[in-house]
Design a protein around this ligand. Structure first.
Ligand code: DX5
Ligand code: ZN
Length: 216
């Protein structure tokens, strides 16, 4: 089952409620929340207060993508705010294993995100703590960027190591995805597709989500 997680980074920040309602009736499986601190990435978005506000307005699960340094400082707060899935960047967490353990101990699904240049090898000793791996298919920081093609081979290699280990781990891909390249991502083993501009920039978001889940 392929899932689609629309990124509200591309929604109207002054009218998030409308964006949530639209996604609820468009077949979205998650709401992808891009938290940026202006240090780990060259952009600032929002924090746990926004996640809490979104939580109060929608029943869709919240997929929280932390693009912040030392994410362990805030994991508890994002969990309390209502994150269902909490994703930290491997590059940003000094004690990645402990960070994942802490998230999982609170009954929340834990994920690790990798920048395009970060090798899969950093996952080697944390597989047992993972519910999902988020592969960045653009350099994080902004919506609407161009898909980096080598992400597909990376996803395929990751799927292979997950299968080899007999684990059940989702692969989420984030950046530059649309109905046009969803099939390539799915064929490479991706199970959760994030899309911002392709969904919120379209006149018919439900159609885009449906085509991403079942690409020709
Ligand atoms: C980028 C974010 C993405 C972004 C995707 O740093 O992590 O989630 O919103 O936007 P699109 O789909 O427009 O590339
Ligand atoms: Zn994201």
């Amino acid at each position: 089952m392929i899932k689609v997680a629309p990124s509200i980074l591309s929604a109207d920040f002054a009218d998030m409620n409308a964006a949530l309602k639209k996604m609820e009736v468009s077949g979205a499986d998650y709401i992808h929340c891009d938290v940026m601190d202006g240090v780990f990435v060259p952009n600032i978005t929002f924090g746990q207060i926004m996640v809490k506000a979104l939580r109060e307005k929608t029943s869709l699960p919240l997929d929280v993508h932390l693009m912040i340094i030392q994410p362990e400082r805030f994991t508890d707060e994002f969990i309390e705010a209502g994150a269902d899935l909490l994703v930290v960047h491997a590059e940003a967490s000094m004690h990645l294993c402990r960070t994942l353990q802490t998230i999982k101990a609170r009954g929340v699904k834990a994920g690790v995100a990798l920048n395009p240049h970060t090798p899969l090898e950093v996952l080697e000793y944390v597989y047992d703590y993972l519910d999902l791996v988020l592969l960045m298919s653009v350099n994080p920081g902004f919506g609407g960027q161009q898909f980096i093609p080598s992400s597909l081979e990376k996803a395929a290699r990751l799927r292979e190591s997950i299968v080899k280990r007999g684990l059940d781990i989702d692969i989420e891909m984030d950046g530059g995805l649309s109905a046009g390249n969803a099939k390539a991502a799915i064929d490479a083993g991706v199970t959760i597709l994030v899309a911002g501009s392709a969904i919120f920039g379209a006149p018919d978001p439900a159609g885009v989500i449906a085509r991403m889940k079942n690409p020709k």
